[in-house]
Design a binder for this molecule. Structure first.
Ligand code: GLC
Ligand code: MG
Length: 595
């Protein structure tokens, strides 16, 4: 009896100990891995992957540097300019498509994914470029276009002809019977009202196959059938091909368009033609299908075959936070287009603060943030917000948390270039008439890089595919390298500054601005720091008026600081500044080390 009791007690005791130990372990785990604790952890550069401490610099290859005088930029041209690029302080270049293409959408219509287009050079030029980039410690990210190919691709050619292997590589449909006016389409009409991003029906009749094919973009960009296992394998092998060549990752194009409803009898409602690709909701039959995430996960596995530090950033306009989080969970980083999509010239500092806050909302610390303010599909910063704000926007982009992506030329404040209708090259513009094209053309932001004040701004000895902006004698790299103050110099200072560990993690604290004279509408201010590190105060005037004697001292917790970077203002770098009375006008900004 008594031994029995003893046994019982021992078991109880053991159980108690076990439960206690398990609970302690669980608590330790929760604390260690909780989001809050991640916020408290101090991040050193060594803890982070290269893409977490790098600026990504987007090069539009056609417009960067022409080496052979044919008027179009090329790989050798880019290689020649890598010294400049690394001198900016960026860590990676993303090249818009360089693959063989009939260039109807300037490379986003790929004919062969594993060949370099002759206009850009050849594979040896690519290998040279990679070598040079490695030597300069620059990572290389390629564009990856999985949603569609060119209709000139071998795959489409064979698919259109019903080849046994390729017939289901694209999205084909018989269409509906049509009683009149459909002679040109075999007496058929499209199966539904789905629209192309570039305008008009997303279905195109193939007289050869006697079926319609689906194209989210141009009719020369047929959508791949990503429900076909062989197509998925092909794309993975394309990734492997370039990873073997040493690329560091991909920017994946137009992912939200990868799947469409299998039920083609349904129409989409509430459509505008063409549809704004940043619309969130009403394309529920043609965008944002759950199947995307399975594909992303499979790609992440492929990337991991080549190391744990490969980068995958996804084009992702108009996605909800829920969708954004799924992109993260699937091993990619969705571009944060908040600054591109939700800011306009009338957005004051308060509005900007809420746009930034909203874009960071529900972002787990393990989801690495990123910001982007311009690219080859959007107007240049100087034109959207006014040339007086160029430095302020670079200051914002480069001091926000996470990975920034800069579009070529933004570092020198390049402007949109005007092209007449007859000069226009972009199909997104040419799909419209002479009155409407300006709303759609993307040529203005694709004008050649302005290197110096010589012929064609040093871009090409020939006739540039798009003419150089006539302001090139004033706005160019060479001028800005020699000027005492320039956009370029501010950019470089910011790029250097953001290497400091105070900027390396995702913590950002907005600073309250005294509510005098509408200051909160003018001044956007925040602190970047990490536990035990210097505190940097960023102060930017994005209002429309002068802000006089703004008191930031309470939120900043100090009255004194030292100017580290100056954007356009009268303050001098390396001088002391009184945080109780900061005066800035629109477009001026400061990074201040708080004392
Ligand atoms: C992406 C590209 C854009 C291209 C489109 C179709 O949105 O950024 O330039 O036209 O995809 O490929
Ligand atoms: Mg060339």
């Amino acid at each position: 009896m008594s031994s029995n009791k003893k046994f019982c007690e021992t078991t109880k005791c053991l159980l108690l100990i076990l439960v206690t130990v398990a609970a302690v372990i669980a608590i330790i785990c929760v604390i260690t891995f909780s989001d809050e604790n991640l916020r408290e952890k101090r991040y050193e550069k060594a803890d982070l992957k290269w893409w977490q401490t790098s600026i990504v610099y987007q090069i539009y290859p056609r417009s960067f540097q022409d080496s052979d005088g044919d008027g179009t930029g090329d790989l050798r041209g880019i290689k020649e300019r890598l010294g400049y690029v690394s001198g900016l302080g960026v860590g990676a270049v993303w090249l818009s498509p360089i693959f063989r293409s009939p260039m109807r959408d300037f490379g986003y219509d790929v004919q062969n994914y594993t060949e370099v287009d002759p206009i850009f050079g050849n594979m040896a030029d690519f290998d040279d470029l990679m070598k040079e980039a490695k030597a300069k410690n620059l990572r290389v990210i390629l564009d990856f276009v999985p949603n569609h190919t060119s209709n000139d691709s071998k795959w489409f050619y064979l698919s259109e002809r019903g080849d046994a292997k390729y017939k289901d590589y694209y999205v084909w449909n018989d269409g509906l019977n049509c009683s009149s006016g459909c002679e040109a389409t075999g007496g058929k009409r499209p199966p539904n009202n789905w629209l192309s991003v570039f305008g008009g029906s997303a279905w195109k009749w193939s007289g050869i196959r006697q079926k319609f094919y689906y194209h989210a973009f141009l009719d020369s960009q047929p959508d791949l059938n990503l429900r076909n296992e062989e197509v998925k394998e092909e794309l993975k092998n394309v990734m492997r091909f370039w990873l073997q060549k040493g690329v560091d990752g991909f920017r994946a194009d137009a992912l939200k368009f990868m799947f469409e409803s299998k039920n083609v009898t349904q129409n989409e409602t509430g459509l505008s033609d063409p549809f704004a690709w940043n619309e969130e909701d009403n394309h529920n039959l043609t965008t944002n299908f759950e199947d995307i995430y399975g594909i992303l996960k499979a790609w992440r596995k492929v990337l991991e075959e080549y190391g744990s530090d490969k980068f995958l950033i996804a084009e992702s306009y108009g996605i909800s936070h829920d969708v954004r989080n799924k992109y993260y969970e699937s091993g990619s980083i969705p571009f944060n287009f908040a600054l591109i999509q939700y800011l306009n010239a009338s957005c004051d500092a308060q509005c900007m603060k809420s746009v930034i806050k909203e874009s960071m909302a529900d972002l787990k610390p393990s989801y690495w943030p990123n910001y982007v303010i311009g690219n080859h599909d959007n107007h240049r910063v100087a034109n959207k917000f006014g040339p007086e704000t160029i430095d302020a926007f670079n200051m914002l982009l480069l001091t926000l948390p996470g990975t920034p992506t800069s579009y070529y030329g933004e570092e020198i404040g390049m402007r949109d270039t005007f092209y007449t209708y007859s000069e226009t090259k972009d199909p997104a513009g040419l799909n419209f008439n002479e009155t409407l094209y300006l709303e759609h053309t993307r040529d203005p932001e694709r004008s050649p890089m302005q290197w110096n004040d010589t012929f064609n701004a040093g871009f090409s000895n020939g006739t540039p595919w798009l003419h150089v902006n006539s302001n090139y004698k004033v706005i160019n790299v060479k001028n800005q390298e020699s000027a005492k103050y320039s956009h370029l110099k501010v950019y470089k200072q910011l790029a250097e500054l953001r290497q400091k560990s105070s900027f390396t993690y995702s913590n950002l604290t907005f600073v309250d601005v005294d509510d005098v004279d509408e200051n909160p509408k003018k001044i956007l201010s925040y602190i970047r720091t990490q536990p035990g590190q210097d505190r940097y105060l960023v102060v930017l005037n994005f209002g429309h008026l002068y802000a006089n004697d703004v008191d930031l001292s309470k939120s900043a917790g100090s009255k004194r600081g030292e100017v580290v970077v100056n954007a356009m203002s009268n303050y001098q770098v390396n001088t002391e500044v009184d945080l109780t009375r900061i005066t800035l006008s629109r477009g001026q900004g400061l990074v201040i080390k708080v004392k």
